[in-house]
Design a protein around this ligand. Sequence first.
Ligand code: FCB
Length: 450
Amino acid sequence: MAEIVFPENFEWGAATASYQIEGAYNEDGKGESIWDRFTHQKGNIANNDTGDLACDHYHRYQEDIKLMQKIGLDTYRFSISWPRILPAGNGKINQKGIDFYKNLVEELLEAGIKPAATLYHWDLPQKLQDNGGWENRDTAKYFDQYAQIMYRELGDLIPRWITHNEPMVVSMVANLWGEHAPGNQELQKALQVAHNVLLSHGLAAQSFRESGIDGELGITLNLNHVYPNSDSKKDQIAADYCDAFNNRWFLDPVFKGKYPEKLMDLYQNKFDQPFEVKAGDLDIISREIDFLGINYYSRAVVKYDEDEFYNFKTIKPEAEYTEMNWEVYPKGLTDLLKRLDREYTKGPIFITENGAAYDDQIAEDGSVHDPKRVNYLKEHFKAAHQALEAGVNLAGYYVWSLMDNFEWAYGYNKRFGIIYIDYDNHQKRILKDSARLLKDVIENNGLKNK
Ligand code: FCB
């Protein structure tokens, strides 16, 4: 029974995002966000669910911090709602919004939990969307101003900052596939959004350095290791396109100051000017950061298909799948981490999200057993450990999510939490078995029996 032990200063945490848990969507001066607008339009979200109340974390954060303490978290990743701070996106500051996060962070610190704040986890102020949202370059400027306000207000209390969560989803899922707010379906728009989001990251990273505060700053990218469906030359080409679309389009500008040529060529063949990049933008985007955050859920397997614009089609191999219909593939995490180490960064790298949705039920005795999630997490902890053994500078691991929450287009249907939320019973919190697993893992700084 071998033991798996993580490095001494390895950090264990759990993650959430403002819109998914806070509720209080129109309280204490908060402005409307694009997710408020999107969910209030019928037909956009499964069951027409909204984040109006969500887990009511806005009012129950103290109770939630007690649960984090119970689990023994070293660190907690949450996001700041921009329209709570700046209801119109720029201009007038809403002091009550700042107070909420200040109270949250002070309480976390008192509980011995290190706060890690994401500045943008998708809830853009609607007022900025009315002027084009991320498609408008001004939004990058306003994001930088908002970031500076947060550095000034909370810079001495928050040691870890993440500018953006998953620019790929912000651009492609929200503006090409139309599944997320604001629901656009236009490639050129999506490309401009991606660029402006990355630009805003660079601007806010620069301001962070200039602010002189002592913390660390990074960006979180959703990455999935891509595998060709066969050894054929064509399937390898397909895998390369998919990797360029999902991963390199975001990794390359941040770490290499350029966009992948392969896709640039494709875009330039389609449009005269696919999107606007100004001189100097890529220097800003590739400013040095302190760490890379990655969200890993699954891999991609693809085969060549010349009828597809990107020349690939996704395959679903016969395997185990979560409720999201995402394949359980822990090895993809090891492979991804090794690849990042080889090609992009010597770290530190944090896994800022990893977890699984399953259809949890409350048992008769009131407990919630989630053996599949326990297994999923164990296997991914092991996969992360294998990357560490291979020399990857992995510094911490945040499980997604601390609690069940509003899963975007899927509403409350999909449960990712290690804490169960009983939506029918005043959002009562129940620790699942997976929360106990994480508690044990943190206590032992690893897994006792393999
Ligand atoms: C990620 C998001 C997070 C959550 C998980 C399941 O893409 O960052 O908010 O929805 O997926």
